[in-house]
Design a protein around this ligand. Sequence first.
Ligand code: FES
Length: 105
Amino acid sequence: MGVSYVPVAKAGEIGPGKTKAVELGGRRVLVAQVDGRYFAFARECPHEGADLETGELAGGKVRCNNHSYWYDLGTGECVMPKGGPQLTVLPVEEREGELCIRLEW
Ligand code: FES
């Protein structure tokens, strides 16, 4: 299995509580800083496709503005309501001053 790292932002470019929209292989992805940690996740809400860029970030989670579903950004699990659809999340690592999304293939 191979691993590659796709740089998506400079370290420090994304402030606390902020997101950066990027494209990865034609998919729309948000990179966010929440409480000092970085996360990357699909920009489209898996419920009915609302844009999560307008969502609220708090406590390692994002809340969709459309129907207020909450997703854990570490696991992608829908935590409110329980058992809701899974959000696609991608691992982010800081490497030599850049935030990179780690892809395994
Ligand atoms: S579209 Fe996001 S919660 Fe319904």
